[in-house]
Design a protein around this ligand. Structure first.
Ligand code: BG6
Length: 467
């Protein structure tokens, strides 16, 4: 079913970034270390210390956002700029930096959308008590969020708690564990961490509603929708099971306060069901998110697993096989990016429909974009027609959803500017604005408008009528 026309006039056309990938200034003005800084020091591909130097160039960057006509800008606050040790002492310079950003955005009528925690967990909390493993992490995340609600709540309406909890819990270094950890032990610990994150999120939602008049809180997940590899009932079932255990289980917990039957069985089979408390589940039921943030980049294609053993899930975001349940396979109908990410705009529509059917909540697209090796041409042009095609394809599906009546607050593509890619440094760029730097050579960090920059400006100006 197709829709017609444009996006509604109040639709939030926006763009996203995250603090650790964009700001740089990793140890300036009192900022404390995060797990991402330490990962970098262990020999990451590209230098995060300077990122895109947004910390010093935010005025120029926000002027570019205004030039393109952004209605919204999603960024994350660096927890350790505010609380260098993760808890306790507040760093006033951290608050001042975000005051400047938020005030300037407001001056240009750009709606700020704030993520509280985008991968850069305070190293201080790992050192103090093991971070998310401990129940203390719940209080500290709530304390941090409360500081932000009190300080910025008069100017920020839309908040996101954790970026991609569904991914971060599978990446040991990002939750303070060694990459070499035993798979079964990792399953047990990471599920306990994940549970604590859900408990903290429910309490933060409750707190936001108490402190911020009209405040709305979302969770940002990354559902990589699974399509069945064939019409064989076993493959259709495998795709459905994949979608439950790799995708929606966390939202069932966060939005309804339940562990779904299939996920309960899955965790118990692996000895990884966390320690829970009925009061916590009740809090989740009472304080569900106001909207669901969707980071959507790719789909997966799924067939039945040929094995019948039960194995621990272990580390890594993408699990090629869950023994006894599913295997991921290539899909001849879906093109992939150079990094093997299956490009499937229809998947975005499937996600929006499914989320609304299951939870009845509005969606906000918090990330969507194409990573590519852009080439800077001699006349300072970047002809990224491949990115325009990707974004237009997804926006068309989204427009259909909106026109059919699915509630979608806005679309924040990833990313406003090239930032340091989480897995591939500066080799993989997503921005509308080219950043003139390499992995280790910082060059002049010049900002250069790509073709997609001009294209997105037109999309916003025409409210998506001309995709
Ligand atoms: C999302 C993250 O998962 O994907 C971003 O929220 C990240 O932080 C983006 O940059 C793209 O991933 P990558 O590894 O290609 O940079």
């Amino acid at each position: 079913i197709k829709g017609q026309g444009q996006f509604p006039p109040d639709f939030l056309f926006g763009a996203s970034t995250s603090a650790y990938q964009y700001e740089g200034a990793y140890d300036l003005d009192g900022r404390g270390p995060s797990v991402m800084d330490l990962l970098q020091r262990k020999g990451g591909l590209a230098d995060y210390k300077v990122g895109a130097d947004h910390y010093h160039r935010y005025e120029e960057d926000i002027r570019l956002m205004a030039e393109i006509g952004l209605k919204a800008y999603r960024f994350s606050i660096s927890w350790t700029r505010i609380l260098p040790e993760g808890n306790g002492r507040v760093n006033p310079e951290g608050l001042q930096f975000y005051d400047k950003i938020i005030n300037l955005l407001r001056q240009y009528n750009i709606e700020p959308i704030v993520t509280l925690y985008h991968f850069d967990y305070p190293q201080g909390l790992i050192d103090q008590y093991g971070g998310w493993r401990s129940r203390k992490s719940v209080d500290d995340f709530l304390e941090y969020a409360t500081i932000l609600f009190r300080h910025f709540g008069d100017r920020i309406k839309y908040w996101l708690t954790i970026n991609e909890q569904d991914h971060v819990i599978h990446l040991p270094e990002r939750i303070g564990l060694p990459g070499t950890i035993d798979a079964a032990e990792f399953d047990r610990i990471s599920q306990q961490c994940s549970y604590h994150m859900c408990v903290a999120t429910a309490r933060i939602i409750e707190r936001c509603h108490e402190l911020v008049p009209g405040g709305q809180v979302g969770v940002a997940m990354n559902p990589m929708i699974g399509l069945p590899a064939s019409s064989k009932p076993e493959d259709v079932l495998a795709a459905a099971e994949y979608n439950e255990i790799a995708g929606y289980y966390l939202l069932d917990l966060q939005c309804k306060g339940i562990f779904s039957p299939i996920y309960t069985k899955y965790l118990k089979d692996r000895g990884a069901f966390p320690e829970i408390d009925a009061e916590d589940l009740n809090k989740m039921r009472l304080h569900p998110p106001d909207f669901i943030g969707v980071n959507y980049y790719m789909n997966q294609t799924v067939r039945q697993s040929t094995s019948d053993t039960i194995a621990p899930r272990g580390t890594g975001v993408i699990k090629r096989e869950e023994e006894g349940i599913y295997e991921l396979v290539n899909n001849p109908h879906v093109q992939a990016s150079e990094w093997g990410w299956g490009i499937c705009p229809i998947g975005l529509k499937l996600v929006i429909m499914e989320l609304y059917n299951r939870y009845g909540l509005p969606a906000l697209i918090t990330e969507n974009g194409l990573g590519a090796r852009d080439e800077l041409l001699p006349d300072d042009r970047i002809e990224d027609d491949y990115r325009i095609a990707y974004l237009a394809g997804h926006l068309k599906e989204l427009r259909d959803c909106v026109q059919m009546g699915y509630p979608v607050l806005g679309y924040c593509l990833w990313s406003f500017m090239d930032v340091v890619s989480g897995h591939d440094g500066m080799n993989k760029r997503y921005g509308l604005v080219y950043l003139n730097r390499k992995d280790q050579e910082l060059l002049d960090l010049r900002r250069i408008r790509k073709d997609s920059f001009h294209w997105y400006g037109h999309v916003i100006a025409t409210n998506g009528a001309d995709l």
